[in-house]
Unconditional design. Structure first.
Length: 292
């Protein structure tokens, strides 16, 4: 599907229309996820669409969802910060992260929410139920995903968070924006942040298909520490492969994508869906991947 065709609603007659807004948006798997649940729960007159919106049109589009007939939306890159600014009401997590990935039409008007952190924690609990929140967590990257992950870990009670990023200033800004006492670690000292940690999270695109792998030495990391990556193409990134080879429990990034969709669907349609093996297989098949 081209970006032009992606901007054409799939069913203007549906009473309950939801979309994902991004630029580009062709790659989004959100329609597959939500339309799967719509069919699974027999929700009538509902459809989930793609809406490709260039940056210069994002604010106008976000503020005109009512006129377009939408009851809700997801927001993906590069519009999450724009959505935060364009929609004045936010939930607690969106306010902390200063980014919105879910829009819900309420009796009081539109509300911007952020479910990325929820998706991360739900995926972590599913894949590594015994992860140790009383031990330090090491986060690599200081972008939008990192903000959501750090906020969610803090809410879960992880009070020792070590942040590694190539740009120290960006790390310090993240810590200041969220009001969380992070330990900022310079990139050249990244390997020294691993001893004693119970969790290592890569929130960067390093290791994604077509990108260079994350350059980090895992020898100082306890073999009981959980290693997870928000990247899911490939499903097992070089980081996860190296961690698994030395005996660390690993959690791939696909579950975060699936779990972050749950709260939005429940808010729009009044039914709480489940992340099932069938849904996971549906997305993996679409990605051309298999369970490793």
């Amino acid at each position: 599907m081209s970006e032009k065709s992606a901007r054409t609603p799939t069913d203007r007659t549906a009473e309950r229309r939801v979309c994902v807004i991004g630029w580009p948006v062709d790659h989004s798997r959100s329609p597959l996820i939500h339309n799967h649940w719509i069919a699974e729960h027999g929700i009538e007159n509902a459809v989930y669409e793609k809406l490709a919106v260039p940056p210069e049109e994002a604010e106008e589009t976000l503020q005109g969802l009512d006129a377009r007939g939408f009851i809700g939306a997801n927001v993906t890159v590069p519009h999450k910060e724009t959505a935060f600014a364009a929609i004045p009401r936010h939930d607690k997590m969106a306010s902390r992260v200063r980014a919105v990935n879910t829009l819900v039409k309420t009796d009081e008007g539109w509300e911007g929410r952020n479910t990325d952190g929820y998706g991360f924690i739900a995926n972590l609990k599913e894949g590594a139920p015994d992860w140790q929140k009383n031990k330090p967590a090491v986060i690599v990257g200081a972008g939008g995903a990192s903000r959501a992950v750090i906020a969610a870990l803090w809410e879960e009670g992880v009070n020792d968070i070590r942040l590694i990023n190539r740009t120290r200033l960006k790390s310090e800004k993240l810590a200041g924006d969220q009001g969380i006492p992070l330990l900022v670690v310079d990139w050249e000292n990244r390997n020294q942040a691993l001893p004693g940690a119970g969790l290592l999270v890569n929130t960067t695109s390093l290791g994604m298909k077509g990108s260079e792998p994350l350059d980090i030495d895992l020898s100082g990391l306890s073999k009981e520490a959980v290693v997870t990556d928000i990247v899911y193409t490939p499903l097992i990134t070089p980081l996860l492969e190296a961690a698994r080879a030395r005996g660390n429990p690993i959690v791939d990034g696909l579950g975060m994508l699936l779990h972050q969709a749950v709260p939005g669907f429940e808010a729009w349609f009044g039914v709480r869906p489940e992340v099932t093996p069938a849904l996971r297989k549906l997305i993996l098949d679409d990605l051309g991947q298999k369970e490793d």
